[in-house]
Design a protein around this ligand. Structure first.
Ligand code: 13P
Ligand code: SF4
Length: 320
């Protein structure tokens, strides 16, 4: 006797995927949250697009029964920490983050033990197990505002992005002790290509994400999180911009300011490694499939979830 193995349904052809995804969202009472670094088509089909802080806020307030997180693992995990009773899906579970990967929980515990008197501030780009060891979570949108609220006499440990940490230290005048992590995408931009672009477009404003290395931030006219960069392209009188962050965001920049021009900065050696290889693992087809099958989902052990929740709730309260 042969047991019957059901073959998973195949995804609709590309031109019908968008409508099929929206139909499934309705059926499953699902909401799609997407980060600005996702492919254009995913941004266009999402219910809400935002930076890490906005997406966390949205995840905390949504009434949908199912959250499909089109971003990377730590973002979906944050949504699950905030919504233990809901189904939280991510189109590709392998969509990680070099910052989160470079800060393993056990090594981080040993690092903390060397600095027992320090207040631990962790960038949201880290695992639940690192969040659980932190006093406060921050994003690139609110890091300066949060650190400014901490007592000046208290030493601070900042993890896992040393580039963001150094920028926050310069903005706040606080001395921070850094975990030595960085983002593989923001470390790849070529200074030579940036200088070349400035020569070609001398009128352009250079705008940069604080995950970039300092020698690039020193060349920027404006520095901020993805949402702040997006606001800048409409609030600035400049007509053209050189953008030092993942180029997925150019889709929304062109939407908000269609009359302006935008230039992304290539990686060293002209490679196309300025796109985030993790974010780009999510595709429209995988998005359709995860809505259809209601997997892969994020699962978390309850005591870990509770320990990771406290510093996230502190962040949401302090950045309100
Ligand atoms: P934002 O919070 O600025 O969107 O940054 C998230 C991120 O992963 C940047 O690389
Ligand atoms: Fe992580 Fe960098 Fe990708 Fe952002 S761009 S998700 S920090 S690897």
């Amino acid at each position: 006797m042969f047991s019957q193995v059901s073959t998973p349904p195949s995804a609709p052809p590309a031109p019908q995927l968008r409508a099929a995804i929206r139909d499934l969202c309705e059926e499953r009472k699902a909401v799609i949250l997407a980060h600005y670094y996702q492919d254009d088509a995913i941004q266009d089909v999402a219910d809400f697009i935002g930076d890490s802080l906005e997406l966390s806020r949205k995840a905390a307030s949504t009434e949908a029964e199912v959250i499909v997180f089109c971003g990377v693992h730590f973002m979906a995990e944050t949504a699950k920490i905030l919504n233990p009773g809901k189904t939280v899906l991510v189109p590709d579970l392998e969509a990680g983050c070099s910052l989160a990967d470079a800060c393993p929980a056990e090594a981080f515990a040993a690092f903390r033990a060397q600095h027992p008197d320090h207040y631990v501030v962790s960038y949201i780009n880290c695992s639940a197990a690192v969040k659980a060891q932190s006093d406060l979570i921050c994003t690139s949108s609110n890091a300066v505002h949060l650190i400014e609220q901490l007592p000046v006499e208290r030493p601070i440990l900042f993890a896992p992005d040393q580039n963001l940490g150094r920028w926050v230290a310069r903005q706040t005048g606080r001395e921070l002790t850094f975990w030595p992590g960085s983002c593989i995408v923001h470390e790849t931009f070529s200074e030579q290509a940036l200088l070349q672009l400035r020569l070609q477009h001398p009128e352009a404003e250079v705008i940069a994400h604080p995950e970039c290395q300092q020698h690039l931030l020193d060349l920027a006219d404006f520095i901020g999180s993805t949402s702040k960069l997006l606001e800048r392209v409409t609030s600035s009188p400049a007509e053209s911009f050189i953008v030092l962050t993942e180029p997925g965001i150019l889709h929304q920049m062109r939407r908000r300011a269609p009359q302006k021009s935008f230039h992304d900065v290539p990686g060293a050696d002209g490679c196309s490694c300025n796109t985030c290889p993790y974010m780009r693992l999510n595709t429209m087809e995988k998005l359709w499939r995860c809505l259809e099958q209601l997997e892969p989902g994020i699962e978390l052990e309850e005591s870990l979830r509770q320990r990771a929740l406290a510093p996230i709730e502190r962040m949401l309260a302090m950045s309100a």
